[in-house]
Design a protein around this ligand. Structure first.
Ligand SMILES: [Zn+2]
Length: 368
């Protein structure tokens, strides 16, 4: 007899809104087919049943103001060389193309820019990336850009300044998805005022359950949902559980002198700083509490309660996070999430929505 879990898993569209895998792939020794470390590779994708993924081209803000474009293009070329040209995945820019990829049994790969600093304050560069088939952009990463405020920085522009408003308006005209993960509440409000298109928070959690600026308050969850938007739940324990955030914050303080020293000594070498920051980042999570998949499900349940079952889905942040729930350690573990949702009482149709259909329907609104 088949279990309910097997029934749900059969033909399930698992579609995740955010991973930073390309950032790892740029290392020549890393093979997309099978990796010794990391959360996402072809073997794990097949095991976990992932069908489609938005791959972020993440550029550390230390590359701003003048070296981000080159880095983003190198990331793009890495995907081309290590994934698309070898037939491991297919670049897609619409739900039509996504359907063809799925029909050919290929991973459907959407592309996004992580960090508005990448476009170097230029609408033309934004248009250029759009012409490469990059369909979305987070307005900031953890630092303010010259035109948008980040949740990780001090308020500077009251959300968006005049250039920021022009950029989101141009994104709307280009049918590019505005991604508000990482930005401040004021910036989300400014996007609501400056545009009328649906938009997403590709990898953000609920502040009501983990009270940190990086997560979304209920009123903004509601507004994003009312605009047919999408919220992908992030698997990073630090954004799921406030006690873990506090533990990690203490470590950040502990290592801050090392961080400052790196910036002072090597501030003009973004490749060095970016790597050194990744190593430090690993130390920040050492010794923090362990949680399981239920912490992720708690955020899914809350966002669905506030915004409705159609607005919520996955935004794993795999390969961008250096700790995970204990039973959701990489992309091969999606069946554990499905099982957890089943145990919470969600029916097959609701699980299909959460695991991928909501993201598919959200993106369908941007088809040409
Ligand atoms: Zn991110």
């Amino acid at each position: 007899m088949k279990t309910q879990k097997e029934d749900v898993l059969k033909d399930l569209l698992i579609f995740d809104a955010h991973c930073d895998t390309v950032h790892d792939l740029i290392d020549p020794s890393v093979d997309f087919r099978k990796r010794k470390q990391g959360h996402v590779d072809l073997e794990k994708i097949r095991k976990g049943g992932l069908k489609a993924q938005i791959f972020a081209l993440y550029v550390n803000p230390v590359y701003a103001p003048y070296r981000s474009i080159k880095k983003a293009l190198l990331l793009y070329q890495t995907l081309e060389k290590k994934v698309f040209s070898l037939g491991y995945g297919m670049k897609v820019t619409s739900t039509f193309e996504m359907k063809s990829a799925l029909k050919e049994n290929k991973l459907a790969c959407w592309l996004s820019l992580e960090g508005g600093h990448i476009i170097e304050n230029s609408l033309e560069i934004l248009e250029f990336f759009n012409s490469l088939g990059i369909r979305s952009m987070t307005l900031t990463h953890s630092k303010n850009t010259d035109w948008a405020d980040s949740s990780g920085d001090s308020p500077q522009w009251d959300g968006l300044n005049a250039l920021g408003k022009k950029i989101v308006a141009r994104m709307e005209e280009l049918h590019m998805v505005i991604d508000v993960s990482h930005v401040s509440d004021k910036t989300v409000e400014a996007v609501l005022d400056a545009t009328s298109a649906p938009f997403m928070a590709s990898h953000s959690n609920a502040r009501a359950l983990c009270n940190i600026p990086r997560n979304l308050p209920d009123d903004l969850i509601k507004e994003i949902a009312e605009r047919n938007g999408y919220i992908g739940v992030n698997f990073f324990p630090v954004f799921l559980e406030k006690t873990i955030f506090d533990q990690v914050s203490k470590n950040v303080e502990k290592y801050e002198h090392q961080h400052q020293e790196i910036l002072q000594r090597k501030g003009d070498d973004p490749d060095f700083v970016s790597k050194a920051e990744s190593n430090l980042f690993q130390k920040y999570v050492e010794g923090s509490d362990s949680i399981d998949v239920n912490a992720v499900i708690d955020h899914i349940v809350h966002i669905a309660d506030v915004g409705g079952i159609d607005c919520v889905g996955l935004g794993s942040d795999f390969d961008g996070i250096n700790s995970t729930p204990s039973d959701l350690t990489d992309v091969s573990c999606y069946p554990a999430l499905v099982e957890g949702l089943t145990l919470r009482g969600y029916n097959t149709k609701e699980i299909q929505k959460i695991m991928g259909l909501n993201l598919y329907h959200f993106l369908k609104q941007f088809d040409p």
